[in-house]
Structure formats: C-alpha cells, structure tokens
Design a protein around this ligand. Structure first.
Ligand code: C2E
Ligand code: MG
Ligand code: MG
Length: 643
C-alpha cells in the first residue's frame, strides 16, 4: 500500500507553510515506512511530497487507523514497526570537496545538502528517515571543516576507510567514509548504519554477562544456593550488624551421612540429584532471613541470625532432622538418608567468621564420629581433642617413615585338644616416648587417612617372613592370620599386592589366612566376593572377623568362599552370665557348622567359656586363657617350649 493511494483528499498547502522541522516523506513510499517514522519521532502526522517535491497531503494517525481497521489482524501486524529492518545503509556522493557538499542517496537522488559551515542546509524525507535527523541536527558533527580536511588528506595520500560513531537524538549511527572510483570519477561514499539496536543489545549482553559472572562468583552452580564466599560475607555482616544487642548468630554445618557411598554406588549424576533435593527441602524449612549455603559436595552451611539463645538453633535442627524421616527418591531410586550437624555460636564459640566456621566443622566431625544422624554443639574441649588427634596423625606419618610398627602373635588353639593350630598377627606401635601403643588407639585414624595401607602391607610382609622362618626351623606348623582393613580391601590391586608379598616371602599361601570384618565384606559384596574368589584360587584362606557385630546377608555368606567365622569377643565375654550373648553364640556356631565353615571364638579368658564353646561344637579358640599376644621373640620361646 503506497501512501499516495491512502490519501484521497489532498488539501493543497504552500510549501512555505511547512515548518523546517516538519516531517516529510515522498508519497510513493510504503505505508510501513510512514508508520515507522511516526513511531520513531513520536508524531501524529506526516506531510507527503509528490515526485516534484510538492506538498501532496497530510497523513495522520487517524488515516492509518482507519485503513488498518479494514485489514485482518495478521496484515495489521505486518505493518508494525518490528517487521522493518533496524539497520539501513545509505550511499551518498560527495560532489565538491572544497565548496558545497551535496550528498547523493541511493539512486543518486540528492538527500542532504551541507553548507561550508557543515550545517545541514536541506534534507529530504529519505535522509530524515535514514538519518533520523532534522535540519538543525548536528549530523555534520563528524564532518567539521577540520575533520573533513584531515579526511581529505588521508584519502589523497593513501585512500582508505574511516569509521566513526555519532549519536543523534538518542540513536547511534555508525558512519563509514570510503573512497571509491565511480564512472571514472573519484568519489567518496558515506555509509550510515543505524546501530542503536546493536549497541543496546551489546550493552544488555555486557550487563547480563556481568550479572552472570557476579552470580557465578557468589552462588553454587548445582543448587543456585549461596556459596562459601557469599556465606562468609553474610556472616561478617551478621556479626558486625546485629539486629538487637546480645543477639546470637549460629552456624550449622550439615553433612549428609554416608553420601560418599551414594556417589560411589550410583554415580555422581544421582549424587547431584540427591543433593538438589536435600537443598530444596532445607530451603523450604528455613526462614527467609536465614542463609542456606552449599560449600562442597554434600556440605551445607546454615546461618541463623537474631537468636536469643542456643535453644533457638536446636529447634531448627530438630525441624531439619524430621526432613530426613521421609524416603527421598532420585532417578527412581529410594534413599533413606540422615544428616549430621555441627553447631558453633557467635559470640561464645568464635569472634569472627573464620573461627566460627572452623569450630562448626569440629563439632560436625564429632557428630559424625558418634555415628551420624546426630547433632553436636561445639565445646572448647573438642578443639583440644582435635589438636591431639592432629598431633597423633603427624606422629603416625613419622612412625610409618621410621618403621616403628611391630607384629605381635597371639596363639590360636584347637579347643578339644588345646593344641596350637595357628596365630593371629596383631600390630603394635612402638613409640619412642609413649612406648607400646595398642591398635585400638591408632587403627581407626590410619583408616581415615589411608596410612593403614602401608602399615597393613608391612604387617603382612613381616608376618609372612617370620612364619616362613619358623617353619624352616621346624618350630611352627599352623597358619598365620593377618587382618586386612576395608581400606586395603577396596583397593583394585589388593589381590596383586598380597600375591606379590606371598611370592616374595615364599610362604606357602595355604598357611596364610586373611581376616576381613563382616561389615567390610557386606559393604560391596559383589566386588569383594570376586576378590575373595581370586585369593581362594591362590590357596589363601579367608576368615570373617568380629562376626555378629555387623549385618550379614546369609545368602552372601553362603556364596562367598569363606573358610572360617570368628565369633566376636563381645559375645564370648557374656558367657556364662548373659543369656542373650550365649544364645547368639549358640546360633552362630550352629549356623557356621551347617554352612561348613570352621568356627573360632576370640576373647576366651575363662575355662568355663572354653567349655561352653567346646560343648556347642566350636572348633577353635583364641584368648588370654591360652596366651596374650606375644612379641616375635616371646612367641618363639612359646613355640620352643612346645617342642
Ligand atoms: P581383632 O582382629 O578382633 O583382634 C583381636 C583383639 O582382641 C586383639 O586386640 C587381641 O589382643 C584382643 N584379645 C585377644 N584375646 C583377648 C582376650 O582374651 N580378652 C580381651 N579382652 N581381648 C583379647 P588388639 O591387638 O588390641 O587389636 C585390636 C584390633 O585392632 C583388632 O581386632 C583388629 O581389628 C585391629 N588390628 C590389629 N592389628 C591389625 C592389623 O595388622 N591390621 C588391621 N587392619 N587391623 C589390625
Ligand atoms: Mg582379627
Ligand atoms: Mg576380632
């Protein structure tokens, strides 16, 4: 639809009556162009010119609306501003470098006349449309005499392209001047691109990028919760700007119990889903003023402000604990979770954020050490204990380097005859100052920091070497039992390591028995079962240690290539007074015999215990009644006394 078709009645006006800033447009232009100009310039009417540049009528908004009402909705949309390209170029020709500058537009129609003083003298509707300028506008800003001469010099000398951005009435134009040859004439081309939209988009993009970077710096990617950086900032603020005097601030350090197992058994994708769900649940339980942050895998920190006393935080913890009562579903798998929480309060447990976070962490470790599904307030004794533990760990590392570990041997006997049938190798730490340290003090620490691996291998090597020697000397006929920790057994190369030690010490593998606790074995029955089969194929025997203290699946027990069950000493201690212990001992012996395992009872201290066990069909025993664990020298004396 051309504008000339739209305007039927033309009120003829004298051109002179058109004010200099009136907007004019040729009437052979499409309606869309007029709509855009009106929108752009926020005017309600446009004057139309015919091909002779004569006034041809006035187009008003009412005309357009009237016309639009005859169109379908879709057609109306088509003449909307959005459908017009926002970047347009116009090509202009410079005619006379020194005198008057006339710029030619597309199809060489004159569009702008610039005077020597670089002010627009005249412009047509096309120029107005393209440049978005009126006659008074400083479009010539970039074409000051000085600049023009400078440009001329550049082009005279080398030819080339010049770019410049100019801003006219809030719109931004990219102006490019380029020297070209046209019809044998040297001309300059002027391109103008309306880049307002691009610049706006660029600004928006930069802003949104800045916002994204800011967000990533302060929020956790998985849960979108505040990260440690933001948490510390909030905590610092809470400490320095208490809402009321004497208000307390609590830091709750929360960990999902056994989360590592979820990641290991089901993979990190499932682990992430679990964390996400826990985060959502926690978020719903906490108040809007509280900060819930995720600071690591399954580590959440909650900042509670404005508390009157410690009891307020205890209430929140109890609410949190109830969250874990329900089964949680992730990827179609059901999880029964629990959490441990360590709490530190400001100002009692630390005067700054660093101290508070550290102490909440110490309290969390205590809650976990006490078995998980638990919460624990920080106390100053805890840091003393932690300090001691840190010292002990340091000493243990040194002890590994200095080979301060010894192997003691405790005899195992046949209950009926009392004859020696084997021995258990038990590690001892010979500390230069503390003397002989029992494994109960250090094994659990070594299991948490993996020092148990070098220690366990050392014990196995020493025990095999020693037993081989006693055998060569004709002093010893039985087997040697060596404890293998879960940490050792979960290593993929455990079977090769054991084989290498057996090969090196040249001990006949039939004389080696490995003790693995029930709970370790049940932790990963498929993988560990396969390892047992490999060990068995080498001729090595396997005993389940501390039987009765963990959870065993009887079907696994049946499938595993097990030789022996070791009844835990806690049950043996209950003989002859504790009916329940005695019932358990009786049941375990019956089951072990039925499954074809050998049975040994550990911790036998009294004759009556030995008698009770013997009568129930328990084959072997070990305990102070026969002998305490002995050093290699003492055990050798013990052996010599037997021959
Ligand atoms: P365990 O394997 O169940 O070893 C039996 C523990 O019972 C030994 O304690 C032994 O001294 C003690 N015992 C033996 N007879 C009696 C008795 O009649 N009465 C009482 N009350 N106790 C008795 P020990 O040597 O202190 O070792 C404790 C635990 O440390 C062991 O329990 C085992 O789990 C671990 N352990 C010892 N040596 C090693 C080792 O080389 N590697 C690994 N991974 N763990 C070891
Ligand atoms: Mg043992
Ligand atoms: Mg045991």
């Amino acid at each position: 639809m051309l504008l000339s078709e739209l305007i039927s009645e033309t009120k003829h006006l004298d051109l002179e009556t058109i004010t200099p800033d009136a907007i004019t447009i040729h009437n052979n232009r499409p309606l869309e162009m007029a709509v855009e100009i009106m929108k752009d310039h926020k005017v309600n009417q446009i004057m139309l010119l015919d091909e002779n540049e004569q006034y041809a009528g006035t187009l008003t908004k009412t005309d357009i609306n009237r016309y639009c009402s005859t169109l379908s909705e879709k057609e109306q949309l088509e003449i909307s501003y959005e459908n017009l390209p926002s970047c347009r170029a116009i090509e202009a020709k410079f005619r006379d470098a020194k005198a008057t500058y006339n710029m030619l537009g597309i199809a060489f129609c004159e569009i702008i006349t610039l005077g020597n003083e670089q002010i627009i003298r005249w412009l047509n509707a096309e120029a107005m449309f393209t440049f978005g300028v009126s006659i008074d506008d400083p479009i010539s800003k970039m074409l000051t005499q000085e600049r023009w001469e400078h440009l001329m010099n550049i082009f005279d000398m080398q030819g080339g392209v010049e770019h410049e951005r100019i801003e006219v009435r809030g719109r931004i134009y990219e102006v490019t001047l380029m020297e070209v040859e046209l019809l044998g004439q040297r001309i300059l081309k002027l391109f103008l691109y309306d880049v307002s939209e691009l610049v706006r988009l660029g600004d928006e993009l930069r802003l949104s990028l800045e916002r994204t970077i800011e967000h990533i710096a302060h929020y956790d990617v998985l849960t979108d919760l505040p990260n440690r950086l933001l948490l510390v900032a909030n905590l610092d603020h809470a400490i320095s700007h208490p809402k009321r005097q004497n208000d307390k601030v609590a830091i709750l350090n929360l960990n999902i119990d056994h989360f590592k197992d979820i990641n290991e058994s089901y993979g990190y994708a499932v682990g992430d889903k679990v964390v996400l769900q826990v985060a959502k649940k926690l978020g719903k339980t906490l108040g809007r003023e509280d900060t819930l942050a995720r600071v690591g895998g399954d580590e959440f920190i909650i900042l509670l402000e404005g508390l009157e006393d410690a009891l307020d935080s205890e209430e929140v913890i109890k609410k949190i604990q109830t969250l874990f009562y329900d089964v949680l579903m992730a990827e179609g798998i059901e999880f029964k979770l629990s959490a441990s929480v360590g709490i530190a309060l400001y100002p009692d447990d630390g005067k700054n954020s660093e101290a508070l976070l550290k102490n909440a962490d110490i309290a969390l470790r205590r809650a976990k050490d006490e078995g998980g599904n638990n919460y624990c307030f920080f106390s100053s004794e805890m840091s003393v204990q932690l300090f001691e533990r840190v010292l002990l760990e340091r000493e243990l590392r040194r002890a590994v380097d200095e080979s301060e570990f010894l192997v003691y041997y405790q005899p195992q006997v046949e209950l009926i005859s009392g004859k020696l049938i084997g021995a258990e190798a038990l590690v001892r730490w010979k500390h230069p100052v503390m003397g002989l340290v029992s494994p109960d003090v250090f094994i659990h620490i070594c299991e948490s920091n993996s020092l148990i691996i070098p220690i366990g291998e050392r014990v196995l090597m020493d025990a095999c070497t020693q037993v081989k020697l006693w055998k060569e000397q004709g002093l010893y006929r039985g087997r040697i039992s060596v404890n293998v920790s879960g940490k050792q057994f979960e290593r993929p190369d455990v079977v090769q390591t054991i084989k290498a030690i057996v090969d090196e010490t040249k001990l006949d593998p039939r004389y080696l028995e490995l003790e693995i606790t029930e709970s370790v074995l049940m932790g990963n029955p498929t993988e560990f079962g396969a390892k047992l089969i490999e060990l068995k194929a080498m001729g090595i025997e396997v005993a389940i240690d501390d039987f009765g203290t963990g959870y065993s699946s009887l079907s696994y027990l049946k499938q595993f290539p097990i030789d022996k069950l070791k009844i835990d000493q806690s049950f043996v201690m209950g003989i002859p007074n504790n009916e329940q212990d005695m019932a358990i001992v009786k049941a375990v012996i019956a089951m072990s015999n039925a499954l074809g395992f050998r049975t040994i009872a550990e911790g036998i201290e009294k004759e009556e215990q030995a008698l009770f066990l013997k009568n129930l069909g328990c084959e072997q025993g070990q305990g102070y009644l026969y002998s305490r664990p002995l050093s290699a020298e003492k055990f050798e004396e013990f052996l010599k006394a037997l021959v």
